[in-house]
Design a protein around this ligand. Structure first.
Ligand code: ADP
Ligand code: MG
Length: 678
């Protein structure tokens, strides 16, 4: 906000001694500036009281009434005394009880009118309210801030200190936002925002202030991310010269979709420049991201560089290897695998070939980032299903080369604006359409009473030569509610699935065992794969057309969508049956949504609303500074505007080095410094 050094300590406020300053310190408040930034977590609105006669028992309400009788202390027992205050609004009456607080009792004057906020108890004939929040409308504004508290600090203390801080420091506040930003986006000034976020004159003023502070946070965040982005533009040794893709394209069994072509074109453009590519390819499950990666691997090999592709599971790594081998080996490019479960001798051999540059495209798991893995000429690094990897792991892989180009592939279809924030240092290509001929998966929600019928439905497909999945939440039956994998392993006699060839797959199995089963499934020797969520990411068997998900309520929307993406990969109409006995309306609404739409972007947006970005990405992995006022899920429109404004500003002053941007630069630094210190 303002020059930190000049901002007076919190101790300069009346009533703040050593002890209280310590309490404030716990909240991260050390001076008047940080106090002013300590925003309420909610506001109690006394501006719209209901008539007492309309207040229903059990409700939290605000009523307004005049004190007509006071009844002094009654000692109930040791340590418990109460006071009664009788209030009327002309028509209804309310009995207010105050416990153990003679000051609160004395503060209420006879014949004076107050607002009371609390829960109505008693009955319709005698309404009561215990220890309400009281507001004196003659002396206070009708909207009261509610601060997050810590032991030793009351809301009242913070209010008092805040008032004084505003009075004493308000005039020294210099607006962080440039004048043109305020004007272009219709934002109120900082002084006004601080006054009205803490002590709103009315609801409108509160809304204006909130809007301004949300914008400000997003603006600072965008500036910071923008700067990180430009800092990471590293020079690279692997500037692609030969960009002729035609042999690669001729070898493909299909032609590319427009989105795929565009993504490849974006990558080529990046890789022919002198700085390293940093690109995120985002596209719904099944849109065909792998071929984009393969195309760039092809060019990299043609230009003498190696590529490394890291997948989150061995299963996926093996599958990628197979796909890439099919696309690249006929063109004379060698591909290899590096995963944890490889036997020592084989591993040493592979490592040698990688170090010698004999393997041009290496696919693997996190085994790729271990010590001892050395590349001859690593020019391209690809990570698949990005949300499983932290930024950290991505950069470890990059460090195996000298500023290699980076490509990240993600099926999590987060809204564009958010993606630009999350992966601030990455450029973004989005693949929106699916390859031709795909039919959207039909999805149903049923309860377990219909399980047998669902199994019969699956059996019919198996008998026609198709394959299917059953997904269960976990391996062991620890929770009687859960239909576990074990239960499937034990009891299919007498069900429609009896006699079908079934493979079981779960996370605790050894890599080789998983691989064997997956291979059998891919070759069609196994008809039905019963598994935990290990099939979630990326597994591709187009002949699988039907899926059952047990205890569907256990999974998030996006996760279910990913799971469902395992079917619907061929031209046959596919089906997904969600089984859940949960009848919570929110859960049902979530699952129904899945039945209504196949659009991963829409589902992601909903998921974001329901669960917030923290859960959505795994809290640590989203890696953004904590925001105080703004919310990624609900304030997306603001985020977009703030991002635009930040871009405009950065174009003109990329390092924020101009004198009039000093304050901004300091604020951005502060925001990001706070993040790294947590
Ligand atoms: P994802 O984006 O989920 O990683 P994949 O790369 O696994 O998708 O591709 C899914 C399936 O679609 C694969 O079987 C792949 O061969 C096929 N595919 C990809 N692109 C096309 C295309 N342009 N036309 C037809 N099929 C395609
Ligand atoms: Mg994939």
């Amino acid at each position: 906000m303002n020059n930190q050094k000049e901002c007076p300590s919190i101790r300069s406020l009346k009533g703040v001694g050593e002890q209280r300053a310590k309490y404030y310190e716990k909240l991260g408040v050390e001076d008047l500036c940080s106090l002013l930034r300590y925003y309420p977590r909610a506001w109690l609105d006394f501006s719209d009281p209901v008539p007492i006669l309309q207040a229903q028992p059990g409700e939290m309400v605000c009523v307004k009434g005049t004190v007509y009788r006071k009844q002094g202390e009654q000692r109930i027992r040791k340590g418990l005394s109460l006071f009664k205050v009788y209030v009327t609004d002309g028509e209804g009456q309310l009995v207010i009880t105050i416990f153990n607080n003679i000051y609160a009792f004395q503060a209420l004057e006879l014949e004076h009118t107050y607002c009371f906020y609390g829960k109505i108890t008693g009955g319709l004939l005698r309404r009561e309210m215990n220890s309400p929040q009281v507001l004196d409308p003659d002396r206070e504004s009708a909207i009261r801030p509610v601060y997050p508290l810590t032991q030793g600090l009351t809301n009242k203390m913070i209010c008092t200190n805040m008032r004084q801080a505003l009075k004493e420091w308000g005039d020294h506040l210099e607006d962080v936002l440039p004048q043109w930003v305020l004007q272009t986006y219709g934002l109120c000034r900082m002084r006004y925002a601080y006054e009205n976020i803490h002590f709103p004159a009315d609801r409108h003023a509160l809304e204006l202030s909130r809007r301004r502070l949300i914008f400000e946070e997003f603006f600072l965040l965008s500036l910071g991310m923008g700067q990180i982005r430009s800092r990471r533009r590293e020079h690279t040794a692997f500037c692609l010269k030969d960009t002729d893709l035609s042999p690669f394209l001729q070898n493909l069994p299909f032609s590319l979709t427009q989105g795929q072509s565009q993504a490849i074109a974006d990558c080529i453009q990046d890789c022919t420049g002198s700085t390293a590519m940093n690109r995120l390819i985002q596209g719904d499950v099944g849109c065909g991201k792998t071929v984009v990666a393969a195309a760039i691997c092809y060019l990299m090999a043609k230009n003498g560089g190696q590529s490394a592709m890291m997948a989150p599971t061995e299963l996926l790594a093996r599958q990628h290897l197979e796909t890439l081998t099919k696309m690249l080996r006929p063109l004379g490019i060698s591909c290899g695998l590096l995963v944890g479960s490889q036997p020592g001798a084989q591993r040493r051999d592979t490592l040698k070939q990688i170090a010698a540059g004999e393997i041009q495209v290496v696919v693997g798991t996190q085994a790729l980032i271990q010590q001892g893995v050395e590349f001859a000429r690593l020019g391209l690094v690809i990570t698949d299903e990005q949300h499983r990897f932290g930024v950290e792991q991505r950069s470890l892989l990059s460090q195996k080369g000298e500023h290699p180009h980076c490509l990240v592939m993600s099926a999590t279809p987060i809204p564009r604006t958010l993606a630009l924030m999350m992966y601030g240092e990455l450029d973004l290509s989005v693949i929106r359409q699916m390859p031709k001929g795909r039919k959207p998966v039909k999805t149903w929600l049923i309860d377990s009473g219909k399980r047998l019928r669902a199994l019969g439905f699956v059996r019919k497909f198996l008998d026609q030569g198709f394959q299917g999945y059953i997904v269960c939440p976990m391996i062991e039956e620890t929770d009687s509610e859960l239909v576990s994998l074990t239960r499937y392993q034990q009891g299919l006699q007498g069900t429609p699935l009896e006699g079908a060839s079934i493979g079981f797959l779960h996370g605790k199995m050894k890599g080789a065992e998983k691989e064997r089963i997956m291979e059998q499934f891919a070759r069609g020797e196994i008809q039905l794969l019963v598994s935990t969520t290990v099939v979630e990411v990326g597994v591709d068997v187009p002949n699988a057309v039907v899926m059952i998900v047990e205890n569907a309520e256990r999974f998030g929307l996006s996760q279910l969508h990913q799971l469902r993406g395992r079917v619907g990969r061929g031209s046959e109409q596919s089906h997904c049956i969600l089984i859940s006995d949960h009848d919570q309306p929110a859960t049902r609404a979530r699952l129904k949504l899945l039945c209504q739409t196949n659009d991963g972007f829409e589902l992601a947006q909903q998921d974001l609303k329901l669960r917030g970005p923290g859960d959505f990405f795994g809290r640590r992995q989203h890696g953004l500074p904590q925001l105080k006022m703004a919310d990624f899920a609900t304030d997306l429109a603001q985020l977009e505007q703030a991002r635009q404004a930040a871009q405009t500003l950065l174009k003109q002053d990329p390092a924020l080095s101009q004198p009039e941007h000093r304050l901004l630069r300091e604020e951005v630094e502060r925001m990001f410094a706070a993040q790294t210190s947590n």
